[in-house]
Design a protein around this ligand. Structure first.
Ligand code: AMP
Length: 977
């Protein structure tokens, strides 16, 4: 009987081998094979126990007539089977998690004639880690069980010739980190099995180049959730822009590229490498986009130039960028003429004939006294200036009278110095100044002021321009202006002025005279004669007027205050009737006043504490019962403030109750009351049987339907909408701060001001602000400059969605905070969790819009979730299906060219309007041509989960516009037949 089984079995295997085997093994690029029985030449000779009558090695031929080694056992008739088969020692070669792929056939017990209850349909896979290959026999107790393996395809009960037998492929993974290698063992307990092949491999993220950095072939981490951080090295001829980093995921995929390199000057990126700029081209800075052609009048004679050299006779100024053409110095200015007027001269000239290809040509004058040949002193005035002139005219004044001057005008540009050009760019003229009157007296002082007289004195003019023969003093009453004035003359630099009116302001000017005549009068100087008594209040101001003024100002002030108060009251009444706005308890000077306004005081005797359920910042959290007289007993959570607290801690502890007490919503944790009249202080809230949401989901991984998960998210969104309507910004929205009751109702909790973020273990200091922030949950603007708004709460809500759909997975896994910040800045967003409906991931991405105005509001999120719950069909499409559809579309494109022309135009159009993100969503929903997008309606966009208003407008309105313009274009390009 047993021999018969073997015969049948071998034939099966042969058939199978023909059907499914292939000697040319092509492994995926990210899998490194440690053992493959199908490539082992000769016998395997694995250890078997018992050595006779258990597992048996059998050679069979594949379709190319090459023998392959298999193991078989089929003791289905004998009871108490325990047959072990152990592989040779397999070195793990640095792998931390290995995969075992077993291809096997297994007989269905029902298909075996005459077998009794002894027949089994499974076998067990074991492993044992070991540093060396030393065991020649199988020590069963050393082995750890990996799994019991069963066939997922059973045999069809038909005779050999037409029996269709299925080959099972099962893969199991094992963490092997403790020794240099390991053994695998197969335990049979009475089944009819043939191990057709065993392959052991580990996964790597294959060598890759990303952002010009090379990332080496990297072995994946030990756990399914581990990410191995790998630092890339810049490719040849490139330098680091920002430290290049990527993470190697457990499935051999590279994730989250951060940073990268830039090609050095003289090199540009081509196909992931840096190639030298060719002759005639250059690249000046690594950040430049690529190599550029040499600018005019320059050249590069070798590959890899970072700057082009100037042709002979052309130059580049130090400040000229390498992209600028090489230039020449200008020629000399032309046709210089001078017009002398007393001690000033006007110089005018024509611009140089040749500017040398630059726009920075300027003219400079140098002046010297021709007799002494000295440069002019600083007292000579040049208008508009002495150097860097852009005009062709200058006025030089304040020269000395009767003096010879030479003016040299240079034309210069940015390369004059580099070219060494000198006199060839200048032109000169010599002039002689005429005689001139003295300059004005610079200042006048008054002394000995009386009611009717004063004494004046002044300095000599800065430029007397000759011998001063006399001074003239002109003065008048300020009120009279110059309508009537008096003149005095004197040889000295002082004068005593008499006959003045008391308490009157006079204006004085002084000028000097030489042989050339009078100079200009000085600027006006004002002095007042002496005053009468009571100078402070002044004449004409009587006390009655003063009294009236003071009372007038008082009345005015009173009226203004009344108007202000009335208007404030009016506004207050107006806002009060509109919406209830949350009141910050910290605006109360006395924290007890806030707590008693918003929370009910509970008699400590009505509370019955039962057990400790958690630990809060201020002390233990317990569960218990509350029985207020006249009401039914309820379960409650009790937070107490531990002894020895400070004033600040008391205030912070009670602030949570003062905030919570203002809310009344089914998705916000309800405050029952507080105990403040005796110690310890307590906050009593409703009891949430399932505790915090993150731990709850982790405990029930994969156990809820999508609708249940969306229901939880809906509750949180509803609570958040309520908070945002009350203008309350939560700042620490995360699954750990959501509580779940026995009906799976989720409620937002953890309120408070200073304690928010301070007691959250996720909160970390950022480099820019000195407050802790839970980085992974926080919007970039809140991290960067503490801009916490309802829109930043929406960002956090997106993260909570991701936590919920991934059953409490840690956002961004074990990436560090700095990398999370960088990745977000570079546009990376969390991918859809496993089995996540496309619409939900789209909603998350909307919450993570960089621009906060682009994020949806909680009201829009709530509407969206309600629609999803009403139409559960929309939740069925997950990312996986989407890719299948996408692949199908691509296949059609390849097989039937031309069919997909409009498909590409959808992609291009989405790209052109910046909505590339909806490519997959639209393609998966069958929108493969631009024409098909014309059918988009608001309801359809709801269904697809596209809720951002501007995106909706673009998709509906702009597509019509685009089609219209395409049609117009076609009309113009069509040729009449
Ligand atoms: P908290 O100080 O609010 O972060 O609370 C600490 C822990 O106590 C939470 O993580 C929950 O596990 C538990 N807890 C707090 N409030 C409640 C409640 N109302 N019902 C059930 N468990 C709670």
């Amino acid at each position: 009987m047993a021999a018969n089984f073997w015969r049948i079995f071998s034939i099966f295997i042969w058939i199978l081998t023909l059907v499914s085997s292939s000697r040319t093994r092509i492994y995926p690029p990210n899998e490194v094979t440690l053992l493959d029985t199908r490539t082992v030449p000769g016998e395997l000779k694995w250890a078997a126990s018992p050595s006779e009558g258990g597992w048996e090695e059998v050679s069979i031929m594949d379709e190319k007539n090459i023998p392959i080694r298999t193991y078989q056992v089929c003791n289905v008739l004998a009871p108490n089977q325990n047959n072990w088969l152990r592989t040779d020692w397999i070195p793990r070669s640095g792998a931390q998690r290995v995969y075992v792929e077993v291809k096997f056939t297994l007989r269905d017990c029902n298909s075996l004639p005459g077998v009794t209850g002894t027949c089994k349909e499974t076998f067990n896979l074991y492993y044992h880690e070991s540093n060396e290959d030393r065991d020649s026999y199988i020590k069963e107790s050393n082995f750890i069980k990996v799994d019991t393996v069963a066939a997922d395809e059973s045999f069809t009960q038909v005779d050999v010739g037409d029996r269709i037998m299925k080959l099972n492929t099962e893969v199991r993974d094992v963490k092997v980190t403790t020794r240099k290698g390991f053994y695998l063992a197969f335990q049979d307990v009475g089944a009819c099995i043939a191990l057709v092949s065993v392959r052991v491999f580990y996964k790597t993220c294959p060598l890759t180049i990303r952002n010009l950095a090379t990332f080496p072939d990297t072995i994946t981490g030990a756990d399914m959730s581990s990410l191995v951080e790998v630092r890339g090295s810049c490719v040849n001829q490139s330098e680091e822009r920002e430290e290049p980093k990527m993470y190697c995921g457990a499935d051999g995929e590279w994730l989250v590229p951060i940073g990268g390199c830039l090609c050095n000057p003289g090199y540009e990126e081509k196909g992931g490498a840096c190639k030298a700029c060719s002759v005639g081209f250059y690249k000046a800075r690594s950040s430049d986009a690529g190599c550029f052609k040499c600018p005019p009048h320059s050249h590069s004679l070798r590959d890899g130039a970072s700057v082009c050299d100037c042709n002979s006779g052309f130059f580049r100024a130090d400040s000229d960028p390498p992209s600028m053409a090489c230039t020449q110095p200008p020629s000399a200015p032309q046709q210089l003429i001078s017009v002398v007027n007393e001690t000033s001269v006007v110089l005018e000239w024509a611009p140089p004939r040749r500017l040398g290809g630059r726009s920075d040509t300027s003219r400079e004058r140098c002046i010297s006294d021709s007799q002494l040949c000295l440069p002019c002193g600083s007292d000579v005035l040049f208008s508009p200036g002495q150097t860097d002139l852009k005009t062709t005219r200058v006025v030089v004044s304040e020269l000395r009278a009767h003096t010879h001057y030479t003016f040299i005008i240079h034309a210069r540009n940015g390369v004059s110095q580099a070219s060494g050009a000198g006199a060839s760019q200048s032109v000169s003229v010599t002039i002689t100044t005429n005689q001139a009157a003295p300059s004005p007296v610079p200042s006048i002082q008054a002394t000995d002021v009386t009611r009717h007289s004063l004494s004046l004195s002044w300095q000599q003019p800065d430029r007397p321009n000759g011998v001063i023969l006399e001074y003239e003093v002109k003065f008048y009453e300020k009120d009279q202006r110059e309508r009537s004035y008096r003149i005095m003359r004197t040889f000295s630099r002082s004068a005593h002025v008499t006959g003045l009116n008391p308490l009157t302001v006079y204006v004085f000017h002084v000028r000097a005279r030489t042989a050339a005549g009078y100079g200009e009068f000085s600027a006006p100087f004002e002095f007042s004669t002496n005053s009468d008594p009571f100078p402070l209040i002044g004449e004409g101001v009587n006390s009655a007027f003063m009294l009236l003024s003071v009372s007038g100002v008082g009345i005015l002030l009173l009226i203004s205050a009344a108007i202000f108060i009335i208007s404030r009251r009016y506004t207050y009444t107006q806002t009060e009737t509109r919406v209830k706005i949350y009141v910050d308890p910290f605006t109360y000077e006395d924290p007890d006043q806030a707590i008693h306004e918003f929370a009910k005081e509970i008699d400590v005797n009505s509370i019955h504490i039962e057990r400790v359920i958690g630990m809060g910042e201020f002390g233990e959290v317990c569960s218990g019962r509350l029985h207020v007289q006249g009401k039914r007993e309820i379960y409650v959570a009790i937070k107490s403030l531990k002894a020895g607290y400070s004033d600040k801690q008391r205030r912070d502890f009670l602030s949570e109750a003062s905030i919570m007490g203002q809310f009344d919503h089914p998705n916000i944790i309800r405050l029952e009351g507080v105990v403040t009249r005796c110690k310890p202080l307590m906050i009593i809230t409703e009891y949430m049987e399932n505790g915090s949401l993150d731990a709850f989901l982790r405990k029930h991984d994969g156990q809820f339907t999508v609708i249940q998960l969306v229901g939880m998210l809906r509750g949180i969104a509803s609570g958040m909408k309520y908070l945002s309507d009350m203008s309350y910004v939560h700042r620490d929205l995360a699954a750990r701060n959501i509580l779940v009751n026995s009906n799976l109702v989720c409620k937002v909790s953890d309120f408070g001001l200073s304690r928010v973020l301070e007691d959250d273990p996720e909160a970390a200091y950022t480099t820019r602000v000195r407050r802790k922030i839970p980085i992974r949950w926080t919007a970039p603007e809140a991290i960067a400059y503490r801009k916490f708004t309802t829109a930043s709460d929406v960002w956090s809500y997106g993260i909570v969605m991701w936590e919920v759909v991934s059953y409490g997975e840690r956002p961004y896994w074990d990436m560090n905070n700095q990398d999370v910040i960088k990745a977000i800045e570079e546009g990376y967003r969390l991918p859809a969790p496993m089995d996540c409906p496309v619409v939900l991931h789209q909603l998350m991405l909307d919450c993570w819009e960089r621009e906060r105005a682009e994020r949806p509001t909680f009201s829009q999120i709530l509407n969206m979730l309600d629609k999803l719950i009403r139409n559960p069909g929309t939740l069925r499409r997950t990312g996986g299906e989407r890719y299948i559809l996408w692949i199908l579309i691509c296949l059609v494109c390849v097989v039937v060219p031309g069919v997909c022309v409009s498909e590409w135009s959808v992609c291009e159009w989405l790209q052109s309007v910046g909505l590339e993100r909806y490519r997959d969503t639209l393609a998966a929903a069958g929108y493969t041509s631009l024409e098909s997008l014309l059918a988009l309606t608001h309801q359809e966009l709801d269904r697809l989960g596209i809720i951002t208003p501007t995106h909706r407008d673009i998709l509906i309105a702009s597509v019509q516009q685009e089609m219209l313009s395409q049609m117009q274009h076609m009309q113009h390009t069509m040729v009449p037949v």
